[in-house]
Structure formats: C-alpha cells, structure tokens
Write a protein of this length. Structure first.
Ligand SMILES: [Zn+2]
Length: 259
C-alpha cells in the first residue's frame, strides 16, 4: 500500500525544485497506527521556503488514522475551559463583524460554535468525523459531515474559522478559494496554526523536542511570513496577528477579503 501521495511540486507555489528538510517520528502520536510508517519526511520549497511533508495520506491511510479520535477533538471536550479560549477569539472578531453565519471548519470539540452562538452568531459546523457531527447536531447546532470543497450554502458567511485546519489539508489554496466564495465581501477569515517563525519553535528544535515534526495529521509547517504572503496571493489580507491559546507555539491570524 502506498500510504502517501507524493508532492511533485510545492503545494503552495507549484515550484518543482523541492529539497529535503528533515525527518520526524510519529510513533508517539495518539492517532498513530502501526500499519503506517512512523517516519515523516519534511521538504522545503526552493522558491518560497515553505516546509511541508513529502506527501499526503491516501484515502486508505486516512481511514486508519481517523479510526481513532483524539480526546480533545470530541464534542464537549473540556467544555468550560474551551469556552473561555473561544470567547477571546470571538472578541477579536466582533469589532469587525458581530452577527450572521459563523462557519467553523473542522469544529472538533465544538467549543467555537457553542460560544459563537452565545455571542449571537448563527453557528454552522463542518467536520469529517461523523460521530462529532451527530453529537453537535444533537446539541442543536447545524452541522454537516462534508468536505469544504463540496459544501454549498445559500447565504454568505460573516465569519469562517479555520482553527488548526490549513496545516491538515493537502492543498491549502483550495481551502482559501472555497472560503473566498462562501464569505461576505466584508467577512472575516480566522486562521490558527503553529508558527515556525518563533523563538520557542527554534528552542524546541535545538532541544529536539518540537512535537510538530512528528505530527502525523499535519502536512505543513507555516511561518507567519509565508502564511501572510500566501493569504495575499489568494485574495486575502491579514489584518491582525495574535498568539493562539489553543495549542503550543500557535499563531492566530484574522484576515479580510482583498477586494
Ligand atoms: Zn513554494
């Protein structure tokens, strides 16, 4: 079984010149299944310096990985703690937009949706884990077990959140294109992900304890600079940087459509 489909070009800029960057080990990862390789090969684009895995998992490998769900990704999770973290995200967005549809892609434990609803948004969730979709629907939140690429909505969204999503997707450009279509002209795109351009990242590398090289669900390690330029290349303008409270060494970025 070929478990990864190899990138022939940089997934962000299509450059064909890609170099070996380093290897990581995912055998300690909670979703690790010993039927897949524990070795992750990371590459770096010669042109845009983006760092990404040598390939993305095939459908079969994904089935093995998704057969387990991380505890923190289950609906509910540590619900009260997450409510506070989510509220601080929402409060960065409400000066720009404070009502309408809030679409959370990959809603995980559902905290951002629960909290957006409290703030007066109409929450809609997308997640590929069917169990999560069923559970959140049971709690009264509109949700779909669908890929963003196949998802259609009659009304436009005020906010789309990609909280720790972009680094999981084989081709992030497709995700931004979908968001562009689904968002209002004055809508907000919220993104969070690890930031490889931070002193803590460098320190973790030096001490050989950086967990992201062994993160089997990630295909990309974005730097803040590359994320900003990538947004720009795809019709968005980053308007606010922040430190994410969700996971270690993560950034959160608020972007608007570049009209
Ligand atoms: Zn590139």
């Amino acid at each position: 079984m070929s478990e990864r489909i190899i990138y022939k070009k940089c997934p962000l800029c299509n450059e064909q010149e890609i170099n070996f960057h380093k290897t990581g080990n995912c055998s300690e990862h909670p979703l690790y299944n010993n039927k897949i390789s524990s070795n992750i090969v990371w590459k770096e684009c010669e042109k845009c310096n983006h760092v990404f895995t040598e390939g993305y998992y095939s459908e079969k490998s994904l089935e093995l990985i998704f057969s387990k769900t991380n505890k923190v990704q289950k609906v509910g999770g540590p619900v009260e703690k997450n409510r506070h973290i989510s509220s601080r995200i929402i409060e960065k967005i409400i000066p720009s937009i404070s009502s309408g549809i809030w679409l959370d892609v990959g809603f995980g434990n559902g905290s951002l949706l629960f909290t957006a609803k409290e703030y007066g948004f109409r929450p809609i969730g997308l997640d590929l884990r069917k169990e999560n979709v069923d559970q959140i629907k049971y709690l009264g939140i509109e949700a779909y077990c669908e890929d963003l690429e196949n998802f259609k909505l009659k009304e436009k969204c005020s906010v789309i959140s990609l909280a720790d999503v972009l680094e999981h997707t084989p081709f992030p450009k497709k995700i931004l294109d979908c968001c562009n279509k689904l968002l209002n002209d004055n809508g907000i795109l919220f993104l969070s992900m690890p930031n490889s351009e931070s002193i803590i990242w460098d320190m973790m590398n030096k001490n050989n304890v950086n967990p992201y090289w062994g993160e089997l669900e990630h295909y990309h390690n974005f730097s803040r600079s590359r994320l900003y330029s990538f947004l720009e290349e795809n019709g968005f303008k980053a308007v606010r940087y922040g430190v994410s409270e969700r996971y270690r060494v993560c950034m959160e970025v608020i972007a608007k459509k570049n009209l």
